[in-house]
Design a protein around this ligand. Sequence first.
Ligand SMILES: Nc1ncnc2c1ncn2[C@@H]1O[C@H](COP(=O)(O)OP(=O)(O)OP(=O)(O)O)[C@@H](O)[C@H]1O
Ligand SMILES: O=C([O-])CC(=O)C(=O)O
Ligand SMILES: [Ca+2]
Ligand SMILES: [Mn+2]
Length: 664
Amino acid sequence: MEKNGPVRSRGLAKIQMPGHHSSEVCHDDSTPPVRAQTIEELHSLQKKKSAPTTPIRGTLGAFASISEEDRYQQQLQSISASLASLTRETGPKLLRGDPAARSGESPRVSTNVGNQSYTPSLSLSLAVSDSSLKFTHVLYNLSPAELYEQAIKYEKGSFITWTGALATLSGAKTGRAPRDKRVVKEKTSEDELWWGKGSPNIEMDEQTFLVNRERAVDYLNSLDKVYVNDQFLNWDPEYRLKVRIVSARAYHSLFMHNMCIRPTPEELENFGTPDFTIYNAGQFPCNRYTHYMTSSTSIDLNLGRREMVILGTQYAGEMKKGLFSVMHYLMPQRRVLSLHSGCNVGKDGDVALFFGLSGTGKTTLSTDHNRYLIGDDEHCWSENGVSNIEGGCYAKCIDLSEEKEPDIWNAIKFGTVLENVVFDEHTREVDYSDKSVTENTRAAYPIEYIPNAKIPCVGPHPKNVILLACDAFGVLPPVSKLSLAQTMYHFISGYTALVAGTEEGVKEPQATFSACFGAAFIMLHPTKYAAMLAEKMQDHGATGWLVNTGWSGGSYGSGNRIKLAYTRKIIDAIHSGTLLEATYTKTEVFGLEIPTDIEGVPSEILNPINTWSDQDAYKDTLLKLGGLFKKNFEVFLNYKIGEDNKLTEEILAAGPVFGIEICD
Ligand SMILES: Nc1ncnc2c1ncn2[C@@H]1O[C@H](COP(=O)(O)OP(=O)(O)OP(=O)(O)O)[C@@H](O)[C@H]1O
Ligand SMILES: O=C([O-])CC(=O)C(=O)O
Ligand SMILES: [Ca+2]
Ligand SMILES: [Mn+2]
């Protein structure tokens, strides 16, 4: 710089006049001028038409022969039919594009369509409402960049973080609301569903569903614009589901763009009618005068209509987990097992499933630098092997560190939705330790943001089935090998114990039992899923493991959470097959087989009894937890699991056994 720059002592360089040294001067017209007369024209040059608004030439899909305009009309009519009120017989008039975009292509309008899917029992007059006089703009399958612009322009609390992620707020709700999730008791599904004590399916009637649906649809139609996502669930094409999500926020559209499977332009052209539709009117509450409503939030699932309505919560996880519930109903009908599990596969094709309740490590442990990620949360196990239901991951971010979870850390970049995190107002650097908004901070990113994701997200039959429990009592061993009956016992129990609340001071661990490690999402009786899992594990020779990712050396308050590095070593030994070959001893009460040695893990922590300084406290706590397991399992005692009575008896015998002296 100093050497070649102007000599300072001579002051500023003289401005050279054109013409004096014409050959050396760089004129600003040395490149041809832009071919635009106006600024609007210039802007129109900036963007070129692209899929999905441009038909794909040369494909021989079902719609290949129809004109672009016809296909366009079909798409808009399909969306208009989705948004049709059930009482006014016509859907809204739709326009595609942002209402704020002043110039550009001329708006394309849908023709009004009748509501073909519903025959009103009363003969309703063709009533006209104000919303039928206006246009609703549809923002259809926007790209992440477009959704960023929408969010930043229109949604308060949307910011770009230092690494390019979209930080957003989910509003008053920062987690799911299971007590507000209702399922319609209707003739096509009611006999199969699990109702009553312990079931997550809180019933509602069809009429009330229609009231809430109408409330959501009217709200959405009253807006200037709605976002529509047409996407897929399940990477196995044989068991794929087409889903449509209608929402009012760019945040929701980007979240689902990341979490569902993104269709190719060709697939989108041939999308047709969705198999399932979500109406997300989360900003708008339900009406407490409506029958069944006990709060201003209601998440309503109607399996007969294949629709879900969301009122009164903007937490995006409701959509993801709502669709998961749908899969928990549809898949078993087709003899496919749906699973609340993570899944990865080694270089030799050995697949592992990771079951566990929220916060036990499915995402953390299935995201493994040495293995290919199939998915972090929702899978199917069919006769074809395993397949991920989703197209993205939803990772907890609290206390996230680059060192411990590099792959998740690096996935938080442009395109990723970062929910409820706190960041520096100037640098936009995220403080992952900050719980000011919530402890449940989350990142939703497309699965291909994990460098070793296995695309398509499918794999062969599992070799290992790992049950994760975060035992805040600190009495379960860091790892145990399970018999098939024990695997079923622990799968049906679905135990974890996290520490409730974030207040200061020591808290009692709270035992949670959630059947199939996901009682909030299952739709049939837990024994139906358990029987399918037992059959599949038996047929394919899979080994079950119980891994405690929780406390060691004492309960919460006196002990510590097991180091993630140790848990990873344990998981490595399961994957490599070396743990199967280890020497085992059996524990008291739970009768768990525990290894004496694992490479990279201090042997003394493998049996929890060694890590407690107060042996009496250990025994008391162990018996207490055993008692909680026993009590929880009582409701399952009267059920037969699968066709095989022998298996049922074995499972019942695989729980904790009391009355035996614990010897040191
Ligand atoms: N030994 C350990 N093993 C696993 N995770 C640990 C361990 N110690 C601490 N953790 C932390 O526990 C959390 C596990 O959360 P994770 O996102 O994996 O839960 P999840 O099972 O995927 O839950 P959800 O179904 O809600 O997504 C992470 O924040 C991780 O850093
Ligand atoms: O659904 C959510 O909000 C988070 C999640 O994965 C779970 O709770 O299992
Ligand atoms: Ca997860
Ligand atoms: Mn989950």
